[in-house]
Design a binder for this molecule. Structure first.
Ligand code: AVI
Length: 331
């Protein structure tokens, strides 16, 4: 449903608002804290303050994924464009860092660019900024939650379909959820559609743990902001002096886990309910799964994707994959 176009740019911007349901913070937090192993969804990190802190994380010397992925896109953008095909309809899932898509748009020159994001304001701003720099591009911004099923607002198959899912964001989902998500991306693309996806690679523990325990304490602030958010929005009684950030690589599950660790026995009130914490008990706030190239290909194959090409950096820290959707070949 087209709800608005922007008269300030030469090319039209179509805005399709699917009105994604806002997260029920109260219900999610109370349910997560009531679990025998306390757990909160990493989605809850991203209030205004959390989004700013995440942008700062991406600039940290220890947080290699962002700059490594951008370097791979810069170095191999022309080859990626060849794979995805000219005049494509390019869907971007979670239109995060506009720097990444800019690198790709220059090389790819798609006919239609379709950013999908749950944050209405962020989506509008970034779509307008991109339309201003790429005046020939038709932009269809879709306000939707890509972690749930949705249909594309345009139904033409005159352009080859491609999707861009950078940042190893899929790593924040459990492997079975990732498989479901890839299946939904496949359904959007249709047979022979291509997916360009960034995946963080398994590497030595020290490097991984440094990336989530930066010296400046920005990742710690990002994690701890969840407690401040609960205090602000749910009349929570968390005392940040009695919790600390913890990030460890769980090699058996191939993921970096972030936790908020209680430094003493304590009771905390949230939205009128009381939760007991033992000293050393944690709230598990994020999983960031890391894959080998083969491990990721196996996951993608279960969702109906075949690998076409993979690009990495010289240190093999990060990978960008071009996959093709062939559901009939699904294992
Ligand atoms: C968004 N996501 C891919 C980041 C990651 O690395 O898992 C979030 C993050 N958490 C701590 N630092 C960055």
């Amino acid at each position: 449903m087209i709800s608005s176009t922007d008269p300030t740019t030469a090319n039209p911007i179509f805005f399709h608002d699917y009105h994604p349901a806002p997260a029920d913070l109260r219900a999610e937090v109370l349910a997560g804290l009531a679990k025998p192993r306390k757990q909160l969804s990493p989605k809850l990190f991203y209030d205004a303050e959390g989004s700013k802190l995440f942008d700062a994380i991406c600039e940290l010397p220890e947080y290699y994924p962002t700059r490594t992925e951008i370097a791979i896109l810069r170095e191999h953008g022309a080859e990626m464009a060849q794979r995805l095909g000219r005049e494509a309809l390019l869907v971007e899932l979670g239109s995060g860092s506009s720097l990444k898509i800019r690198v790709l748009l220059e090389a790819l020159q798609p006919a239609v660019y379709m950013p999908v994001d749950i944050s209405r304001e962020h989506l509008q701003q970034s779509a307008q900024a991109l339309a201003a720099t790429f005046p020939k591009l038709e932009v269809h911004a879709v306000c939707a939650d890509y972690s749930a099923p949705f249909d594309l607002p345009v139904d033409d198959h005159e352009h080859p379909r491609a999707a861009f899912f950078p940042g190893s964001s899929i790593g924040n989902f459990e492997p079975d959820e990732s498989e479901q998500l890839l299946r939904r991306v496949g359904a959007i693309l249709g047979a022979e559609g291509r997916l360009l996806i960034g995946i963080d690679l398994i590497k030595d523990r020290a490097r991984l743990e440094r990336a989530y325990n930066d010296a400046a304490g920005v990742t710690a602030a990002f994690n701890m902001n969840l407690l401040s958010r609960i205090n602000r929005e749910l009349e929570g009684g968390f005392d940040p002096r009695h919790f600390r950030h913890e990030a460890l690589f769980n090699a058996a599950q191939s993921r970096v886990e972030m936790h908020l660790l209680s430094t003493c026995d304590q009771q905390v009130e949230v939205a009128g309910e009381t939760f007991a914490f033992r000293e050393g008990e944690t709230i598990h706030t994020e999983c960031s799964h890391k894959y080998s190239v083969e491990g990721f290909h196996a996951l993608a194959a279960r969702a109906g994707f075949e690998p076409e090409q993979v690009w990495t950096d010289p240190e093999q820290l990060f990978s960008v994959h071009c996959l093709i959707y062939r559901p009939s070949a699904m294992r």
